[in-house]
Design a protein around this ligand. Structure first.
Ligand code: FES
Ligand SMILES: [Fe+2]
Length: 445
């Protein structure tokens, strides 16, 4: 299995490779459009980097140790809001070495103003995983999705070209396409304006007598779209780089590509609406297996936790574990090794045995997220219904255990008892790396 190559390549690197800026040199299939619109900036100027200190963000934010105030509604006058958000961002100091570092303050996980900033600086910039290639394998196939206020549709036009658009009718803004499927054209459910899958407005109904109007000016607004391996990515930023692979995966691209080098077919999708900030789910994923023996008894018996390693790259971290030889995985679901790759900011690729599952963590507000699991299986096992059913059952058990953990953490983050915590330096390197990347995104001009 190609995963062996993945592991060997990853462990050949130091346990923690410090992030370096992306080299935008390699190529990937991508299409560039000029129609994407960057929303107006929340800040007129960039956020300044914070001074280095080993103090708790709580004490950095308020000299008497109380945590900084936050507005449940996020409705501040612009000036105060900017200051408020700036203080929250600066309350985490990425310059402090991991053994001395404090985690970001709880306001990062519950404040609506902070959440808005994240959307602008993290999700509306850079390549974001949104789906998988099998969804739009053939001409006329499409799927829809949402990232914050951005509703998008990804499709293949009649010529088989990959396209992505804002899923908003140019007449009176109705959402246009729904769900996923196959269509010759998109007909708006409101007044029937009709668009080709290349985005062109084909028909504007009942507009006779209209002046200063050309259908050419009212096509769907395009988004940048690309594929990498089995995944579909979009980029909301009109200045997005064409080098998807380098920007998205950096030096990890070869490692991950070899890990996916097998015949994997999509089996099913499961979605979990979780009452927690999206980062709580990511943090839980990135704790280096720390919680596994305490929270996942079944999974823990299947993994050889002494073999667990974490490697950190530019925007990717990889956690790996051998599978226990003592029979914890009777079904054979896990194979001989498990690899968990986190691609900043919100995408996880899990490869084990004949399976791959991906987790897309979609923020749905400061205190709520949706995690979309897509399960892929080696094609040779695609018809083994009993194996698939039992595997999904085992996976579901783990997911529900994680949902419970994450919702518990969110409740704790809401409590006045908690502002900030510490990292376990031997296992939580990937989580610290994630927080440092977030800080970088939030402070980059
Ligand atoms: S809003 Fe789409 S046709 Fe009117
Ligand atoms: Fe877990």
């Amino acid at each position: 299995m190609a995963i062996a190559a993945v592991r060997d390549a990853a462990v050949a690197r130091p346990a923690v490779t410090l992030a370096r800026r992306n080299a935008r040199s390699s190529s990937a299939s991508s299409r560039r459009f000029s129609g994407g619109r960057r929303p107006p900036g929340l800040f007129a100027s960039s956020l300044a980097p914070s001074p280095r200190s080993g103090r708790s963000p709580c004490s950095a934010a308020a000299s008497d140790g109380r945590r900084m105030p936050s507005s449940p509604s996020g409705e501040y006058p612009a000036e105060l809001r900017d200051l408020h958000v700036r203080r929250m961002v600066e309350a985490f100091d990425p310059g402090v070495p991991l053994p001395q570092a404090f985690t970001p303050p709880s306001s990062w996980y519950r404040d609506p103003s902070f959440h808005n900033l994240e959307f602008e600086r993290v999700f509306l910039r850079g390549w974001q995983a949104v789906g998988y290639v099998e969804q739009i394998q053939n001409p006329h196939e499409y799927f829809t999705g949402r990232l914050g206020d951005v509703h998008f549709v990804v499709c293949r036009d009649a010529e088989g070209r990959l396209r992505a658009f804002h899923n908003v009718c140019r007449h009176h803004a109705s959402l246009l396409a729904r769900g996923t499927g196959r269509k010759l054209c998109f007909v708006c459910p409101y007044h029937g304006w009709t668009y080709g899958l290349d985005g062109a407005l084909l028909k504007a109904t009942r507009v006779s007598g209209i002046q200063n109007f050309s259908v050419d000016d009212f096509g769907l607004i395009p988004l940048n779209v690309a594929t990498w391996g089995p995944f579909v990515l979009v980029n909301m930023d009109e200045d997005s780089p064409a080098q998807v692979e380098a920007e998205w995966l950096g030096s990890c691209s070869e490692i991950l590509r070899s890990g996916l080098d097998s015949s994997l077919k999509h089996v099913c999708r499961r979605e979990y609406a979780i009452e927690c900030n999206w980062k709580v789910f990511c943090d839980n994923y990135l704790d280096g297996g720390y919680h596994v023996p305490y929270a996942h008894a079944g999974l823990a018996s299947g993994l050889d936790l002494d073999s667990y390693t974490t490697s950190v790259f530019e925007r990717v971290s990889i956690q790996e574990s051998r599978i226990a030889s003592t029979g914890g995985d009777d079904l054979g679901r896990l194979g001989s090794k498990a690899l968990y790759a986190f691609v900043y900011p919100n995408f996880m690729i899990n490869r084990y045995g004949p399976w791959m599952d991906t987790n897309l963590v979609v923020p749905e507000g400061a205190r709520r997220c949706r995690v979309i699991f897509d399960y892929f299986l080696d094609a040779a096992l695609k018809d083994d219904d009993a194996f698939i059913e039992k595997s999904l059952e085992e996976s579901e058990t783990v997911q529900m255990e994680d949902v419970d953990l994450c919702e518990g953490v969110q409740k704790g983050l809401e409590s006045p008892a908690y502002c900030s915590g510490r990292y376990a330096p031997g296992v939580e390197q990937a989580m610290h790396h994630f927080h440092c990347l977030l800080h970088e995104s939030l402070t980059r001009p």
